[in-house]
Ligand binder design. Structure first.
Ligand code: FAD
Length: 437
Protein backbone atom coordinates (compact mmCIF):
# COMPACT_ATOMS: atom_id res chain seq x y z
CA UNK A 1 0.00 0.00 0.00
CA UNK A 2 1.39 3.37 -0.93
CA UNK A 3 2.14 5.94 1.77
CA UNK A 4 -0.67 8.53 2.26
CA UNK A 5 1.75 11.35 1.41
CA UNK A 6 2.34 9.92 -2.06
CA UNK A 7 -0.93 11.36 -3.31
CA UNK A 8 -0.14 14.79 -1.84
CA UNK A 9 3.41 15.45 -3.10
CA UNK A 10 5.22 15.02 -6.40
CA UNK A 11 8.65 14.15 -4.93
CA UNK A 12 9.65 10.70 -3.68
CA UNK A 13 8.07 9.40 -0.46
CA UNK A 14 10.18 6.64 1.01
CA UNK A 15 9.79 4.47 4.10
CA UNK A 16 12.63 2.39 5.59
CA UNK A 17 11.79 -0.72 3.53
CA UNK A 18 11.80 1.17 0.22
CA UNK A 19 14.68 1.01 -2.19
CA UNK A 20 16.52 4.33 -2.19
CA UNK A 21 15.57 5.21 1.42
CA UNK A 22 19.16 4.96 2.73
CA UNK A 23 20.51 7.15 -0.06
CA UNK A 24 17.72 9.71 0.43
CA UNK A 25 18.42 10.14 4.15
CA UNK A 26 22.24 9.80 3.95
CA UNK A 27 24.11 12.69 5.55
CA UNK A 28 27.45 14.09 4.40
CA UNK A 29 28.55 13.27 7.94
CA UNK A 30 28.50 9.48 7.74
CA UNK A 31 28.83 9.23 11.53
CA UNK A 32 25.12 10.02 11.64
CA UNK A 33 22.58 7.59 10.17
CA UNK A 34 19.03 8.91 10.04
CA UNK A 35 16.07 6.54 10.48
CA UNK A 36 12.87 8.62 10.18
CA UNK A 37 9.47 6.99 9.73
CA UNK A 38 9.30 8.54 6.29
CA UNK A 39 11.57 10.56 4.02
CA UNK A 40 10.11 13.07 1.57
CA UNK A 41 12.24 14.49 -1.23
CA UNK A 42 10.66 17.89 -1.80
CA UNK A 43 10.56 19.02 -5.41
CA UNK A 44 8.56 22.22 -4.82
CA UNK A 45 7.36 24.59 -2.12
CA UNK A 46 3.96 22.88 -2.42
CA UNK A 47 5.58 19.53 -1.55
CA UNK A 48 6.93 21.15 1.61
CA UNK A 49 3.53 22.64 2.46
CA UNK A 50 1.75 19.30 2.02
CA UNK A 51 4.38 17.42 4.02
CA UNK A 52 4.29 19.87 6.92
CA UNK A 53 0.46 19.85 6.98
CA UNK A 54 0.35 16.05 6.88
CA UNK A 55 2.95 15.74 9.65
CA UNK A 56 1.03 18.28 11.77
CA UNK A 57 -2.16 16.25 11.29
CA UNK A 58 -0.32 13.11 12.42
CA UNK A 59 1.43 14.87 15.32
CA UNK A 60 4.78 13.90 13.78
CA UNK A 61 7.94 16.00 13.95
CA UNK A 62 9.46 17.38 10.75
CA UNK A 63 13.24 17.46 10.31
CA UNK A 64 15.08 19.06 7.39
CA UNK A 65 18.23 18.02 5.60
CA UNK A 66 19.97 19.59 2.62
CA UNK A 67 23.48 18.08 2.52
CA UNK A 68 23.88 16.62 6.00
CA UNK A 69 27.06 18.65 6.70
CA UNK A 70 25.46 19.73 9.96
CA UNK A 71 24.16 16.30 10.99
CA UNK A 72 24.97 15.47 14.61
CA UNK A 73 21.81 13.88 16.05
CA UNK A 74 20.28 10.96 14.17
CA UNK A 75 16.63 11.48 13.27
CA UNK A 76 14.81 8.47 14.72
CA UNK A 77 11.16 9.28 14.06
CA UNK A 78 8.80 11.50 12.10
CA UNK A 79 9.47 12.97 8.68
CA UNK A 80 12.82 13.85 7.18
CA UNK A 81 12.26 16.43 4.45
CA UNK A 82 15.19 16.52 2.06
CA UNK A 83 15.64 19.74 0.14
CA UNK A 84 18.43 18.90 -2.30
CA UNK A 85 16.01 18.87 -5.28
CA UNK A 86 14.98 22.49 -4.53
CA UNK A 87 17.92 23.85 -6.52
CA UNK A 88 18.06 26.82 -8.78
CA UNK A 89 20.18 29.95 -8.59
CA UNK A 90 19.43 33.19 -10.44
CA UNK A 91 21.35 36.44 -10.18
CA UNK A 92 19.97 39.92 -10.72
CA UNK A 93 23.18 41.79 -11.56
CA UNK A 94 21.59 45.22 -11.21
CA UNK A 95 20.22 44.61 -7.73
CA UNK A 96 23.25 42.36 -7.03
CA UNK A 97 20.94 39.80 -5.48
CA UNK A 98 21.01 36.02 -5.89
CA UNK A 99 17.77 34.06 -5.56
CA UNK A 100 18.86 30.68 -4.23
CA UNK A 101 16.80 27.51 -3.83
CA UNK A 102 17.06 25.62 -0.54
CA UNK A 103 18.86 22.71 -2.20
CA UNK A 104 21.83 24.79 -3.34
CA UNK A 105 25.33 24.58 -1.94
CA UNK A 106 27.80 27.45 -2.30
CA UNK A 107 29.38 25.61 -5.23
CA UNK A 108 26.09 26.13 -7.12
CA UNK A 109 25.99 29.85 -6.37
CA UNK A 110 29.61 30.90 -6.86
CA UNK A 111 29.93 30.33 -10.65
CA UNK A 112 26.55 31.95 -11.41
CA UNK A 113 27.47 35.02 -9.35
CA UNK A 114 31.00 35.06 -10.78
CA UNK A 115 29.63 35.33 -14.32
CA UNK A 116 28.34 38.78 -13.27
CA UNK A 117 31.54 39.80 -11.46
CA UNK A 118 29.90 39.16 -8.09
CA UNK A 119 30.35 36.67 -5.26
CA UNK A 120 28.45 35.50 -2.19
CA UNK A 121 30.08 35.92 1.20
CA UNK A 122 30.37 32.16 1.59
CA UNK A 123 31.93 29.77 4.09
CA UNK A 124 35.13 27.79 3.96
CA UNK A 125 33.56 24.80 2.18
CA UNK A 126 31.84 25.15 -1.21
CA UNK A 127 29.81 22.00 -0.55
CA UNK A 128 28.00 23.19 2.56
CA UNK A 129 24.32 24.02 1.98
CA UNK A 130 23.58 27.74 1.62
CA UNK A 131 20.41 27.73 3.74
CA UNK A 132 21.71 25.65 6.67
CA UNK A 133 24.81 27.84 6.75
CA UNK A 134 22.92 31.15 6.61
CA UNK A 135 20.45 30.09 9.30
CA UNK A 136 23.39 29.88 11.72
CA UNK A 137 24.84 33.24 10.66
CA UNK A 138 27.87 32.00 8.75
CA UNK A 139 31.50 32.87 9.37
CA UNK A 140 33.83 32.12 6.48
CA UNK A 141 37.21 33.20 5.15
CA UNK A 142 35.93 36.78 4.73
CA UNK A 143 34.52 37.08 8.26
CA UNK A 144 36.64 40.06 9.28
CA UNK A 145 36.20 42.04 6.08
CA UNK A 146 32.53 41.18 5.42
CA UNK A 147 31.00 39.93 8.69
CA UNK A 148 28.36 37.25 9.15
CA UNK A 149 27.03 35.98 5.82
CA UNK A 150 23.41 36.20 7.04
CA UNK A 151 23.85 40.00 7.35
CA UNK A 152 23.35 40.09 3.55
CA UNK A 153 20.03 38.24 3.50
CA UNK A 154 17.33 40.27 1.76
CA UNK A 155 14.43 37.87 2.28
CA UNK A 156 13.66 34.27 3.14
CA UNK A 157 10.72 32.18 1.87
CA UNK A 158 9.55 29.86 4.64
CA UNK A 159 6.88 27.21 5.13
CA UNK A 160 5.72 27.68 8.71
CA UNK A 161 4.58 25.05 11.18
CA UNK A 162 0.99 25.60 10.07
CA UNK A 163 1.90 25.00 6.43
CA UNK A 164 1.65 28.63 5.35
CA UNK A 165 4.15 30.10 2.90
CA UNK A 166 5.51 33.42 4.09
CA UNK A 167 8.20 35.71 2.77
CA UNK A 168 10.16 37.16 5.66
CA UNK A 169 12.12 40.36 5.15
CA UNK A 170 12.79 43.63 6.96
CA UNK A 171 9.33 44.79 5.89
CA UNK A 172 7.28 41.55 6.04
CA UNK A 173 7.22 39.28 9.09
CA UNK A 174 10.21 41.23 10.50
CA UNK A 175 10.27 39.21 13.73
CA UNK A 176 10.63 35.96 11.78
CA UNK A 177 13.29 37.59 9.57
CA UNK A 178 15.19 38.65 12.69
CA UNK A 179 15.06 35.05 13.93
CA UNK A 180 16.06 33.44 10.63
CA UNK A 181 19.28 35.44 10.62
CA UNK A 182 21.15 33.25 13.09
CA UNK A 183 18.38 31.49 15.05
CA UNK A 184 19.01 28.29 13.08
CA UNK A 185 16.31 25.74 14.01
CA UNK A 186 12.59 25.42 14.65
CA UNK A 187 11.61 28.37 12.46
CA UNK A 188 10.09 26.56 9.48
CA UNK A 189 11.30 25.02 6.25
CA UNK A 190 13.11 27.53 4.10
CA UNK A 191 12.47 27.00 0.39
CA UNK A 192 14.36 29.98 -1.03
CA UNK A 193 16.52 32.91 0.01
CA UNK A 194 17.47 36.19 -1.61
CA UNK A 195 21.04 37.13 -0.78
CA UNK A 196 22.99 40.30 -1.55
CA UNK A 197 26.21 39.55 -3.40
CA UNK A 198 29.41 41.56 -3.21
CA UNK A 199 32.08 42.63 -5.66
CA UNK A 200 35.51 41.24 -4.93
CA UNK A 201 37.60 42.01 -8.01
CA UNK A 202 40.84 41.02 -6.33
CA UNK A 203 41.76 38.61 -3.58
CA UNK A 204 45.07 37.68 -1.95
CA UNK A 205 44.66 34.37 -0.18
CA UNK A 206 45.92 30.86 0.48
CA UNK A 207 47.70 28.79 3.10
CA UNK A 208 51.10 28.82 4.75
CA UNK A 209 52.14 25.25 5.66
CA UNK A 210 54.46 25.02 8.68
CA UNK A 211 56.20 21.85 9.79
CA UNK A 212 55.85 20.33 13.24
CA UNK A 213 58.95 22.00 14.75
CA UNK A 214 57.52 25.48 14.02
CA UNK A 215 54.01 24.90 15.39
CA UNK A 216 54.70 26.38 18.83
CA UNK A 217 56.41 29.52 17.47
CA UNK A 218 53.89 30.13 14.68
CA UNK A 219 50.81 29.58 16.84
CA UNK A 220 52.10 31.97 19.51
CA UNK A 221 53.32 34.51 16.96
CA UNK A 222 50.07 34.41 14.99
CA UNK A 223 47.92 34.88 18.10
CA UNK A 224 50.05 37.86 19.17
CA UNK A 225 49.76 39.28 15.61
CA UNK A 226 45.95 39.08 15.68
CA UNK A 227 45.87 41.79 18.37
CA UNK A 228 46.81 44.42 15.77
CA UNK A 229 45.88 42.61 12.55
CA UNK A 230 44.67 44.50 9.50
CA UNK A 231 40.85 44.56 9.77
CA UNK A 232 40.38 43.27 6.21
CA UNK A 233 42.55 40.20 6.73
CA UNK A 234 40.90 37.01 7.99
CA UNK A 235 43.22 34.26 9.21
CA UNK A 236 42.95 30.91 10.92
CA UNK A 237 45.44 28.42 12.29
CA UNK A 238 44.73 24.70 12.19
CA UNK A 239 46.98 22.09 13.74
CA UNK A 240 46.37 19.01 11.62
CA UNK A 241 47.57 15.43 12.14
CA UNK A 242 47.20 14.06 8.63
CA UNK A 243 46.58 10.30 8.74
CA UNK A 244 48.73 8.06 6.54
CA UNK A 245 45.83 7.45 4.16
CA UNK A 246 45.54 7.41 0.35
CA UNK A 247 43.01 10.28 0.41
CA UNK A 248 45.68 12.60 1.83
CA UNK A 249 48.10 14.15 -0.71
CA UNK A 250 51.40 12.21 -0.47
CA UNK A 251 53.40 15.23 0.77
CA UNK A 252 51.10 15.56 3.83
CA UNK A 253 50.49 11.87 4.61
CA UNK A 254 51.27 11.01 8.23
CA UNK A 255 52.55 14.53 8.94
CA UNK A 256 51.59 16.94 11.75
CA UNK A 257 51.52 20.50 10.46
CA UNK A 258 50.11 23.94 11.14
CA UNK A 259 48.02 25.41 8.32
CA UNK A 260 47.84 29.20 8.54
CA UNK A 261 45.05 30.34 6.23
CA UNK A 262 45.06 33.93 5.03
CA UNK A 263 42.42 35.84 3.05
CA UNK A 264 42.48 39.53 2.21
CA UNK A 265 40.15 41.00 -0.41
CA UNK A 266 42.13 43.55 -2.40
CA UNK A 267 45.22 43.80 -4.54
CA UNK A 268 48.45 41.87 -4.33
CA UNK A 269 50.52 44.68 -2.83
CA UNK A 270 48.24 45.24 0.15
CA UNK A 271 47.76 41.49 0.60
CA UNK A 272 51.47 40.78 0.56
CA UNK A 273 52.05 43.58 3.10
CA UNK A 274 49.38 42.11 5.38
CA UNK A 275 50.83 38.60 5.07
CA UNK A 276 54.49 39.65 5.53
CA UNK A 277 54.52 39.38 9.37
CA UNK A 278 52.97 35.91 9.09
CA UNK A 279 55.55 34.76 6.56
CA UNK A 280 58.24 36.05 8.93
CA UNK A 281 57.05 33.84 11.81
CA UNK A 282 58.99 30.80 10.53
CA UNK A 283 59.92 29.22 7.20
CA UNK A 284 56.84 27.66 5.57
CA UNK A 285 57.49 24.41 3.68
CA UNK A 286 54.69 25.37 1.27
CA UNK A 287 53.26 28.83 0.64
CA UNK A 288 50.13 29.06 -1.54
CA UNK A 289 49.21 32.58 -0.41
CA UNK A 290 48.93 34.79 -3.47
CA UNK A 291 46.51 36.23 -5.98
CA UNK A 292 43.47 33.94 -6.09
CA UNK A 293 40.32 34.37 -8.21
CA UNK A 294 37.47 34.79 -5.74
CA UNK A 295 35.53 31.98 -7.43
CA UNK A 296 38.26 29.64 -6.14
CA UNK A 297 38.09 30.82 -2.52
CA UNK A 298 37.17 27.29 -1.34
CA UNK A 299 40.85 26.51 -2.01
CA UNK A 300 41.82 28.67 0.98
CA UNK A 301 40.68 25.98 3.44
CA UNK A 302 40.50 23.00 1.09
CA UNK A 303 37.85 21.34 3.26
CA UNK A 304 37.12 17.68 2.43
CA UNK A 305 34.52 17.37 -0.33
CA UNK A 306 33.64 13.67 -0.06
CA UNK A 307 31.19 12.44 2.59
CA UNK A 308 32.81 10.70 5.55
CA UNK A 309 32.40 10.23 9.29
CA UNK A 310 33.30 13.18 11.47
CA UNK A 311 32.93 14.30 15.08
CA UNK A 312 33.05 18.05 15.63
CA UNK A 313 32.87 20.33 18.64
CA UNK A 314 33.36 24.06 18.70
CA UNK A 315 32.89 27.22 20.67
CA UNK A 316 33.73 30.89 20.55
CA UNK A 317 36.41 32.82 22.40
CA UNK A 318 36.08 36.45 23.47
CA UNK A 319 39.84 36.93 23.41
CA UNK A 320 43.14 35.09 23.21
CA UNK A 321 46.54 35.72 24.77
CA UNK A 322 49.81 33.93 25.49
CA UNK A 323 48.21 31.80 28.21
CA UNK A 324 45.49 30.69 25.80
CA UNK A 325 48.24 29.71 23.34
CA UNK A 326 49.97 27.63 26.05
CA UNK A 327 46.69 25.98 27.04
CA UNK A 328 45.78 25.24 23.43
CA UNK A 329 49.21 23.78 22.66
CA UNK A 330 49.13 21.67 25.83
CA UNK A 331 45.87 20.10 24.66
CA UNK A 332 46.21 19.90 20.87
CA UNK A 333 49.86 20.73 20.14
CA UNK A 334 52.36 18.24 18.68
CA UNK A 335 53.12 16.61 22.06
CA UNK A 336 49.53 16.32 23.25
CA UNK A 337 47.73 12.99 23.29
CA UNK A 338 44.22 13.33 21.81
CA UNK A 339 41.96 11.54 19.31
CA UNK A 340 41.34 14.46 16.92
CA UNK A 341 42.60 15.07 13.40
CA UNK A 342 42.40 18.86 13.44
CA UNK A 343 42.20 21.69 15.95
CA UNK A 344 41.52 25.12 14.53
CA UNK A 345 41.31 28.70 15.75
CA UNK A 346 39.69 31.21 13.38
CA UNK A 347 40.26 34.91 14.00
CA UNK A 348 36.96 36.71 13.42
CA UNK A 349 35.75 40.00 14.98
CA UNK A 350 36.03 43.04 12.73
CA UNK A 351 32.94 43.32 10.53
CA UNK A 352 31.23 40.53 12.53
CA UNK A 353 30.71 42.91 15.46
CA UNK A 354 28.13 45.49 14.34
CA UNK A 355 24.61 44.11 14.01
CA UNK A 356 22.42 44.76 10.96
CA UNK A 357 19.81 47.55 11.07
CA UNK A 358 16.79 45.97 12.76
CA UNK A 359 18.99 43.42 14.49
CA UNK A 360 19.44 39.68 14.06
CA UNK A 361 19.49 36.54 16.18
CA UNK A 362 23.13 35.76 15.38
CA UNK A 363 25.02 34.13 18.21
CA UNK A 364 28.58 35.34 18.76
CA UNK A 365 28.80 38.94 17.50
CA UNK A 366 31.16 39.76 20.32
CA UNK A 367 33.50 36.81 19.72
CA UNK A 368 37.08 37.27 18.56
CA UNK A 369 37.85 33.64 17.70
CA UNK A 370 36.06 30.47 16.65
CA UNK A 371 37.54 27.30 18.10
CA UNK A 372 36.89 23.97 16.44
CA UNK A 373 38.10 20.42 17.00
CA UNK A 374 37.44 17.71 14.46
CA UNK A 375 37.72 13.94 14.70
CA UNK A 376 37.57 11.62 11.70
CA UNK A 377 38.59 8.22 13.04
CA UNK A 378 35.40 6.30 13.97
CA UNK A 379 37.40 3.84 16.09
CA UNK A 380 38.17 6.77 18.43
CA UNK A 381 34.75 8.50 18.40
CA UNK A 382 34.04 7.00 21.85
CA UNK A 383 36.97 8.95 23.36
CA UNK A 384 36.04 12.25 21.77
CA UNK A 385 33.29 13.61 24.03
CA UNK A 386 35.47 13.38 27.16
CA UNK A 387 38.57 14.65 25.32
CA UNK A 388 36.57 17.60 23.96
CA UNK A 389 35.09 18.32 27.39
CA UNK A 390 38.61 18.56 28.81
CA UNK A 391 39.60 21.09 26.11
CA UNK A 392 36.41 23.09 26.60
CA UNK A 393 37.06 23.23 30.33
CA UNK A 394 40.67 24.28 29.84
CA UNK A 395 39.76 27.21 27.55
CA UNK A 396 36.79 28.29 29.68
CA UNK A 397 38.51 31.48 30.92
CA UNK A 398 38.64 32.77 27.33
CA UNK A 399 35.32 31.32 26.11
CA UNK A 400 32.30 33.39 25.07
CA UNK A 401 28.99 32.73 26.78
CA UNK A 402 27.42 32.20 23.33
CA UNK A 403 28.11 29.16 21.14
CA UNK A 404 27.33 29.71 17.47
CA UNK A 405 25.15 26.87 16.09
CA UNK A 406 27.26 26.42 12.94
CA UNK A 407 30.25 25.52 15.07
CA UNK A 408 28.69 23.79 18.09
CA UNK A 409 28.88 20.39 16.37
CA UNK A 410 28.21 17.65 18.93
CA UNK A 411 28.10 20.32 21.64
CA UNK A 412 25.19 22.66 22.36
CA UNK A 413 24.55 25.96 20.63
CA UNK A 414 23.60 28.92 22.79
CA UNK A 415 22.43 32.50 22.44
CA UNK A 416 22.37 35.49 24.78
CA UNK A 417 19.42 34.92 27.18
CA UNK A 418 17.34 37.76 25.72
CA UNK A 419 17.91 36.44 22.18
CA UNK A 420 17.04 32.89 23.26
CA UNK A 421 13.77 34.10 24.85
CA UNK A 422 12.85 36.10 21.78
CA UNK A 423 13.60 33.08 19.55
CA UNK A 424 11.29 30.96 21.68
CA UNK A 425 8.51 33.51 21.18
CA UNK A 426 9.04 33.58 17.41
CA UNK A 427 9.00 29.76 17.26
CA UNK A 428 5.72 29.69 19.23
CA UNK A 429 4.19 32.20 16.83
CA UNK A 430 5.19 30.49 13.61
CA UNK A 431 5.13 26.89 14.83
CA UNK A 432 2.49 26.82 17.59
CA UNK A 433 2.17 23.02 17.59
CA UNK A 434 5.93 22.49 17.70
CA UNK A 435 6.15 20.54 14.42
CA UNK A 436 9.81 21.53 14.07
CA UNK A 437 10.68 21.03 17.72
C1 FAD B 1 33.43 20.88 6.11
C2 FAD B 1 32.57 21.92 6.78
C3 FAD B 1 32.91 23.27 6.66
C4 FAD B 1 32.12 24.23 7.29
N1 FAD B 1 32.51 25.55 7.19
C5 FAD B 1 31.76 26.49 7.81
C6 FAD B 1 32.16 27.86 7.76
O1 FAD B 1 33.16 28.22 7.15
N2 FAD B 1 31.38 28.76 8.41
C7 FAD B 1 30.23 28.41 9.06
O2 FAD B 1 29.55 29.28 9.59
N3 FAD B 1 29.85 27.12 9.12
C8 FAD B 1 30.59 26.16 8.54
N4 FAD B 1 30.22 24.86 8.62
C9 FAD B 1 29.01 24.51 9.38
C10 FAD B 1 27.80 24.54 8.45
O3 FAD B 1 27.50 25.87 8.09
C11 FAD B 1 26.56 23.95 9.20
O4 FAD B 1 26.86 22.63 9.54
C12 FAD B 1 25.32 24.02 8.33
O5 FAD B 1 24.22 23.73 9.14
C13 FAD B 1 25.34 23.02 7.20
O6 FAD B 1 24.19 23.17 6.42
P1 FAD B 1 23.81 22.02 5.39
O7 FAD B 1 22.53 22.37 4.78
O8 FAD B 1 24.98 21.78 4.49
O9 FAD B 1 23.68 20.75 6.33
P2 FAD B 1 22.40 19.97 6.82
O10 FAD B 1 22.94 18.98 7.80
O11 FAD B 1 21.65 19.44 5.67
O12 FAD B 1 21.54 21.03 7.57
C14 FAD B 1 21.89 21.43 8.87
C15 FAD B 1 20.69 22.03 9.54
O13 FAD B 1 20.34 23.23 8.88
C16 FAD B 1 18.94 23.40 8.93
N5 FAD B 1 18.44 23.47 7.56
C17 FAD B 1 19.05 23.13 6.41
N6 FAD B 1 18.27 23.43 5.36
C18 FAD B 1 17.11 23.94 5.86
C19 FAD B 1 15.93 24.44 5.28
N7 FAD B 1 15.73 24.45 3.97
N8 FAD B 1 14.98 24.92 6.09
C20 FAD B 1 15.12 24.92 7.42
N9 FAD B 1 16.22 24.45 8.04
C21 FAD B 1 17.23 23.98 7.25
C22 FAD B 1 18.37 22.22 9.67
O14 FAD B 1 18.26 22.55 11.03
C23 FAD B 1 19.44 21.18 9.49
O15 FAD B 1 19.45 20.24 10.53
C24 FAD B 1 30.98 23.86 8.02
C25 FAD B 1 30.64 22.50 8.14
C26 FAD B 1 31.43 21.54 7.53
C27 FAD B 1 31.07 20.10 7.69
Amino acid sequence: MSHPLTSRVTGPVLTPDDEGFSDEVAAHNRAVVHAPDVAVGATSTQDVVETVRWAAEQGMPVHVQATGHGATTPVTSGVLLTTHRLGGVAVDPVARVATIGAGAAWTDVVPVADAHGLTPVAGSSAHVGVVGYLLGGGLGPFARSHGFSSDRLESVTVVTGTGEVVEASAGEHPELFWALRGGKTGLGVVTQVRLLLVEMPALYAGTLFFDIEHIDTVLRGWLAWTATADPDTTTSAAIVRFPPLEVVPPFLRGRTVLLLRVARPGDEGAGAAAAAPLRALAPAFLDTVGVLPVARSAEIHNDPTEPGPSWVRGLLLDRADGDLASTWLAHVGPDASHPFVAAELRHVAGATGPDVPGGSAVSGRGAAFVLGIVGADPSRFGEMPAAADAIVQAVAPWASAEVNPNFAGFGTASWAPSTADRLTRVRRTYDPAGVFA
